[in-house]
Design a protein around this ligand. Structure first.
Ligand code: HEM
Length: 220
């Protein structure tokens, strides 16, 4: 086993892998949010940006990279969760709130569940938008804006997204700060606060898109 493979198979290595993949996925989400906020501002700019992205041959490499990050994050998460469970004296364990300086919270103890939600969300999401109806905006550009506006006319779809983004916020609430801790940044109240604010901004930023579209019929 190479030194790197050996490190990644160790408990600390798995934590580092989990943190790095999580932070890279988070970076994808930041760019994805910024791009999708364009839907509410400028339809043409949104379509042109999406066109530039999907017509770039490097997109395939980026997509494979994203898939690898997602799978690595998921698998290391499941392994860490299972090892943690096995290590506890589970059968007779009395579950008590940690209190005090502990970072244990509803968000931290439900990471595996909030994470698992994205196993359902991401394939459905990609199916709906990436492989959804192809509208032509002219000049060989896909009218992705029209598709997004149409999808978010459905209140059930909007509800699914708003609840989904709340789950994303919950996951980031603990995950963001925890990733930095795994990479050696000292656990602190400030770090936790930064993680909490980031989580709210991300969840709110994404959730506002379907909500505004439903309430205004979509801006053009
Ligand atoms: C309201 C919120 C969101 C909107 C409006 C939105 C919109 C879109 C659209 C239109 C596409 C298709 C892009 C294309 O084919 O060029 C897409 C792709 C994608 N979205 Fe989202 N998205 C949202 C939230 C999210 C969230 C929260 C995640 C992850 C947790 C996510 C993950 C992805 C992924 C992985 C792809 C496929 C990227 C690719 O294959 O290139 N999206 N999104």
């Amino acid at each position: 086993m190479s030194a790197i493979a050996g490190f990644l198979a160790s408990p600390i290595g798995r934590k580092v892998l989990m943190a790095l993949t999580g932070l890279l996925l988070f970076l994808f989400l930041v760019t994805h949010l910024a791009a999708n906020l364009l839907i509410l501002i400028d339809a043409q700019a949104y379509n042109e940006y999406s066109h530039a992205l999907i017509s770039n041959p490097l997109i395939y490499i980026a997509e494979i990279g994203l898939l690898i990050l997602f799978v690595a994050h998921l698998v290391s998460g499941i392994i860490i969760y299972n090892r943690g469970r096995a290590a506890r004296i589970s059968a007779y364990e009395e579950h008590r709130w940690a209190g005090g300086p502990s970072s244990k919270s509803v968000a931290s103890t439900t990471m595996i569940l909030t994470g698992a939600f994205f196993l359902i969300f991401v394939p459905l999401h990609v199916w709906t938008f990436k492989f959804g109806t192809y509208y032509d905006a002219g000049g060989g550009v896909r009218d992705l804006h029209r598709l997004v506006i149409e999808e978010f006319q459905n209140p059930l779809m909007v509800l699914f997204y708003v609840v989904g983004m709340a789950i994303l916020g919950f996951h980031l609430w603990h995950g963001f700060g925890s990733a930095f801790e795994s990479l050696g940044v000292t656990h602190s109240r400030t770090l936790r606060r930064v993680g909490n604010v980031t989580a709210v901004l991300m969840a709110g930023g994404f959730a506002i898109i379907p909500l505004v579209i439903l309430l205004t019929g979509g801006l053009r």
